[in-house]
Design a binder for this molecule. Structure first.
Ligand SMILES: Cc1cc2nc3c(=O)[nH]c(=O)nc-3n(C[C@H](O)[C@H](O)[C@H](O)COP(=O)(O)OP(=O)(O)OC[C@H]3O[C@@H](n4cnc5c(N)ncnc54)[C@H](O)[C@@H]3O)c2cc1C
Length: 503
């Protein structure tokens, strides 16, 4: 059997490859970059551990814990400190603890009396039944209040998507809210009555899910999966073209920074030039686990013979010539370039414990835009997990940029450290200079499931349904969290297995 090609060695690609290999299906993972893990990157330096990308993994599905066990990492798993459950939201320019119970919001300073009254009224607000797509902002104002949007949801959206609540589609980015409204007529009723249903399905709500990492940070997970996969992972090997042929796919690789072709590759003399050498490898199927914008750059030729070629272009749903699916034009992947990934910079700072007035006991603080700070939020990294800072120190991880101030993310590192310190001085009573600093710019960080995103998902479904043997998985399709990517990697294995069994 020819191996299954997996494009991208982020957590989605490595999860898919790991499980396919365990099932005895040969795999080859092609990664454009020089390391595996994608946006996950944990750096140990001077006794501090900096998580540049994701900080925590939420166990929202049993598949996540299963992967940890299957990878042999149960003993290296670190659950977050139960004392670190507190989350803060900034109001009146200071962090205020979110109430531990849902009823606690009525005694909290986080909302005014008017906004609390709107919460009580929510179960009586008629549910919208016309199916019209709404932004998360419209949805929240309609069901709750403008204050709830500005104070709570704006902060939450910055924490998850680094996004803009006026642009994010509630249907695409927060489908559970729409489901609760449709099913129970109310978010509050849905919270209460939906809990039993979630338990039956083995799902855990994101706000209740256990949070965890590993002794040496999240990078431990992709590193371990990569070790299990051994030579099957080809780093510095970008895929540039996919050609459907007969029973499989021809994958064209660009040499990138490698000095020799991957073992199974044969050199393609025709497309060879002095600066960029290309190689072609045959595979039984391909799973694309990269980013949406890189998917738009891939040249993909589907076979006319199999009747899979079609043009569901978003701007011209029937194709420019009025063609219908199946009429022999190649898929148009260019619409995926429209998916927005705003830039985000993470700023990890270490301070002496005595230089931070706030106890920083908890998960961290979320900051709504109306409070006027530059940082989007801060994770109290060293209170969440042990061994993130040397004795007598704290590690604080803050984020800048996103849709709120995209231009800020690419400012020089020293300026971003100073900006972060200015905000932390007001919010947490930080004094003096940090004893440790590490910044990392993600020029295109997190895909925004904005209004209209459903059309991209329809295009993904159409591609997968009709270009037999080409599968799409990852953060741009099935949710933006690390846990969603793991589940996406697990799910695609089942679809690939079905295809190979049918063959
Ligand atoms: C700053 C930041 C903080 C985050 N914080 C959290 C958090 O705390 N908790 C959480 O749950 N989630 C968090 N997330 C989200 C989460 O980390 C991601 O959704 C998840 O890691 C995405 O994994 P992936 O494998 O789908 O994609 P990626 O990690 O983007 O990996 C895709 C890989 O594909 C490769 N690739 C692309 N095109 C090609 C090609 N043509 N050929 C070969 N290789 C290619 C890329 O080089 C890359 O390595 C955060 C994300 C960011 C950016």
């Amino acid at each position: 059997m020819k191996s299954v090609a997996i494009i991208g060695a982020g957590i989605t690609g490595l999860t898919a490859a790991f499980y396919l290999k365990r099932k005895g299906i040969p795999v080859t993972v092609y990664e454009a970059g020089e390391r595996g893990g994608g946006v996950i990157q944990s750096i140990r330096k001077d006794g501090f551990l900096a998580e540049c990308g994701p900080n925590t993994l939420l166990e929202t599905s049993p598949k996540i814990a299963q992967l940890v066990r299957d990878a042999g990492l149960a003993s290296r798993r670190l659950d977050s400190d139960p004392k670190a459950e507190a989350r803060y939201v900034v109001r009146y320019r200071r962090p205020i603890a979110m109430p531990a119970s849902q009823l606690g919001i009525f005694t909290s300073e986080l909302l005014s009396a008017k906004a609390k009254f709107a919460l009580l009224r929510e179960p009586f607000v008629p549910a919208r039944r016309d199916g019209k797509e709404e932004s998360i902002a419209e949805f929240v104002v309609r069901r709750l209040s403008r204050e709830f949007l500005d104070q709570m949801i704006d902060a939450l959206v910055a924490g998850i998507y680094a996004g803009d609540p006026y642009k994010l589609s509630v249907q695409q980015a927060f489908p559970r809210l729409v489901e609760l409204e449709a099913r129970y007529g109310s978010l509050i009723k849905g919270q209460i009555f939906g809990a039993r249903e979630r338990k039956r399905r083995g799902e855990i709500a994101k706000d209740r899910a256990p949070k965890f990492s590993f002794d040496e940070g999240l990078q431990v997970l992709p590193d371990t999966l990569q070790q299990h996969l051994g030579d099957s992972v080809k780093l510095n090997t970008p895929v540039t073209k996919l050609t459907q042929m007969g029973d499989g796919w021809l994958v064209t690789l660009s040499e990138g920074r490698v000095t020799r072709a991957p073992d199974s590759a044969k050199e393609n003399g025709d497309s060879c030039n002095s600066s960029l050498r290309q190689f072609e490898v045959e595979h039984s199927a391909v799973i694309y686990c990269g980013t949406a914008y890189k998917l738009a750059e891939l040249k993909v030729e589907t076979s006319k013979k199999s009747g899979t070629a079609l043009t569901p272009s978003l701007s011209h749903p029937m194709g420019e010539g009025g063609q219908r699916p199946g009429e022999g034009k190649p898929f148009d992947f260019s619409p995926f370039s429209e998916i927005r990934y705003p830039p985000v910079t993470s700023v990890v700072l270490g301070f002496r414990r005595e230089d931070v007035t706030h106890p920083c006991q908890g998960y961290g603080m979320l900051i709504p835009k109306i409070e006027g700070f530059k940082i989007l939020g801060t994770i109290f990294s060293s209170s969440l997990f042990p061994n993130r800072a040397p004795a007598g120190h704290v590690t604080l991880t803050s984020y800048l940029g996103g849709e709120r101030q995209p231009e800020l993310a690419s400012r020089p590192a020293d300026e971003l450290v100073a900006t972060t310190c200015d905000d932390l001085r007001v919010l947490l009573g930080v004094k003096g200079r940090p004893t440790f600093q590490h910044t990392m710019l993600y020029p295109r960080a997190i895909p925004q499931y904005n209004l209209g995103y459903g059309r991209y998902r329809e295009l993904m479904n159409a591609i997968e349904n009709q270009a037999a043997g080409l599968f799409l998985a990852g953060h741009y399709r099935e949710g933006v969290s690390l846990g969603d990517s793991i589940v996406s990697g697990c799910n695609v294995v089942e679809r690939v297995e079905k295809l190979l069994t049918a063959k």
